[in-house]
Write a protein of this length. Structure first.
Length: 160
């Protein structure tokens, strides 16, 4: 049976990912601010873990907390878990949420957990030699302001 002439069939288009609001000049400052928030959060976690399992002492107006061996490995694992769980669930860590940015795939889609895992593992390289110096230098040199973890995982940090 023929279709009525007034019915036009059109292909159904797949939904497109949300457009990226990605101004690299604006995002870099937000990323730095978010990283400073994360450093603060992780510093508190380090001190608490150090007080519970590490070596600590205070006196003469100063204090010292150290983690070595298994304590440091636990801290490192908790740090990676902190980043992975938050970014896999929402695309944002606490710092990113406060500064209004989020992790996206380069095409604007929500990144899958595998990309977040790769991005998180490569923080170990990006954070060398201290305070994300390698990641910062790479980010400054890249037009999309991506660190090594972003480049490998094909992600970008953009306005939320």
């Amino acid at each position: 049976m023929a279709k009525p002439p007034d019915v036009i069939e059109r292909p159904v288009e797949a939904p497109q990912p949300a457009a990226l609001h990605h101004d690299p000049k604006e995002v870099i400052g937000r990323r730095i601010g978010a990283a400073l928030v994360e450093i603060g959060v992780l510093f508190v976690a380090f001190v608490l873990l150090g007080l519970l399992t590490g070596d600590s002492e205070s006196g003469d107006g100063g204090a010292r907390v150290t983690l070595d061996g298994a304590g440091f490995i636990v801290f490192l694992g908790l740090t990676l878990l902190y980043y992975f769980l938050q970014e896999a669930a929402t695309g944002q860590t606490l710092g990113k949420r406060l500064l209004g940015v989020r992790v996206r795939a380069v095409d604007g889609a929500e990144p899958v957990a595998g990309r977040i895992a790769l991005r998180t593992l490569l923080r170990l390289i990006d954070s060398l030699p201290f305070l994300y110096l390698v990641g910062f230098v790479v980010m400054i040199a890249r037009p999309r302001r991506q660190r090594i973890g972003d480049l490998a995982a094909r992600t970008v940090v953009a306005r939320a």
